[in-house]
Design a binder for this molecule. Structure first.
Ligand code: URA
Length: 197
């Protein structure tokens, strides 16, 4: 069994948070173990909780379209979330849930070793661009320790707000160039406070 499957099996047994009691399925993530790009969303919703797979509802269909716009399929990237269980009623993740789940995301990143981490929405952005505002930094990249971090709006937000749709579509189109020109992006120091949580 691959290192990632082993890890995802461990994640499936996690009972650290209260929400573990209410989940139907854990949603560790899915995609290529050797993906160059890792997308990190917020938390599973109803559809994801039913299927145990990330981004399979309406936001996921839109993410698939966005990937297709740069000639990628979801099998060629890795898609994960900040937290792996669905918060009841689709409420926002709690700081303790994000903190508890952080080790899993970190281990996924260490296993996959992506060249680029794309944050989808505020929650994953806050982990890698602490203190920043998404309306200011979406579509911009930072390189740290040879990894390009890139912030985008959440596909669900763009689905519901026409004004963000153009932004997310344009931001997605910048990814291939950022990836091929990653060598030329200047390294930046680690932010002082790596997370607001
Ligand atoms: N929204 C997310 O952030 N993640 C999913 O997996 C689905 C919807």
């Amino acid at each position: 069994m691959s290192a990632l499957s082993e890890l995802n099996k461990e994640i499936a047994l996690c009972q650290q948070c209260e929400i573990a009691k209410y989940r139907n399925r854990v949603v560790p993530g899915e995609g290529a173990e050797d993906a160059d790009i890792m997308f990190i969303g917020e938390a599973p919703g109803w559809h994801e909780d039913q299927q145990g797979r990330p981004f399979v509802g309406p936001a996921g269909k839109y993410l698939d379209e966005l990937l297709a716009s740069i000639s990628l399929r979801r099998e060629q990237v890795y898609i994960a979330n900040v937290i792996k269980c669905r918060p009841q009623g689709n409420r926002d993740p709690l700081p303790t849930e994000i903190q508890n789940c952080r080790q899993w995301l970190q281990r996924q990143i260490e296993t996959i070793q992506p060249k680029m981490i794309v944050t989808l929405g505020r929650y994953s952005m806050a982990m890698y661009f602490p203190g920043k505002s998404i309306s200011k930094i979406h579509g911009t990249a930072q390189k740290r320790d040879d990894v390009v971090y890139y912030a985008m709006y959440h596909p669900a937000a763009a689905l519901h707000q026409q004004s963000l749709r153009q932004a997310i579509e344009e931001d997605m189109l910048k990814i291939p160039t950022l990836l091929t020109q990653a060598e030329t992006i200047k390294e930046e120091p680690e932010p002082e406070q790596l997370s607001m949580f």
